[in-house]
Ligand binder design. Structure first.
Ligand code: DAT
Ligand code: MG
Length: 136
């Protein structure tokens, strides 16, 4: 059974030229790109995307960061795509949680600058895909 997930290469990943690296890993895993767009993220979209973190101490800096530069947004599809991409990404903290071999484990150092986003559940995926790609 196929499912869809929302993937972002965040401003640090775009700035560092890691878009090709991330897309390459997604494709080599066997997942399919359904939609792909390089875009700037406004305050409103940022707030809605990260709504679950509203009120946490890092919420302000998270919004500032995600709106600080271009983001590559993608809808990715395949069997167990949500877990498959979360595994490719690695844990949230690139040093303590993300294993070497994962995107965050290979390229990240700080939790805020962890390069990629992937939806964490079917409910999140549906909500986030509607938010970023209402036409898909
Ligand atoms: P994930 O991106 O692995 O789903 P999350 O949803 O818990 O992680 O958090 C969203 C983003 O917020 C995360 O990618 C980086 C940032 N973040 C999380 N915890 C943080 C913390 N303790 N300090 C600073 N930024 C944090
Ligand atoms: Mg999350």
């Amino acid at each position: 059974m196929s499912e869809r997930t929302l993937v972002l290469v965040k401003p640090d990943g775009v700035e560092r030229g890691l878009v090709g690296e991330v897309i390459g890993r997604i494709e080599r895993k066997g997942l399919k790109l359904v939609a792909l767009e390089l875009r700037e993220v406004g305050e409103e979209l940022a707030k809605q995307h990260y709504a679950e973190h509203d009120g946490k101490p890092f919420f302000g800096s998270l919004l500032e960061f995600i709106t600080s530069g271009k983001v590559l947004a993608a809808v990715v599809e395949g069997p167990r795509a949500i877990s498959a991409f979360r595994q490719l990404a690695g844990g949230t903290d690139p040093v303590d949680k993300a294993a070497p071999g994962s995107i965050r484990g290979d390229f990240g150092l700080e939790v805020q600058f962890n390069l990629v986003h992937g939806s964490d559940s079917p409910e999140s995926a549906e909500r986030e895909i509607k938010l970023w790609f209402p036409e898909v």
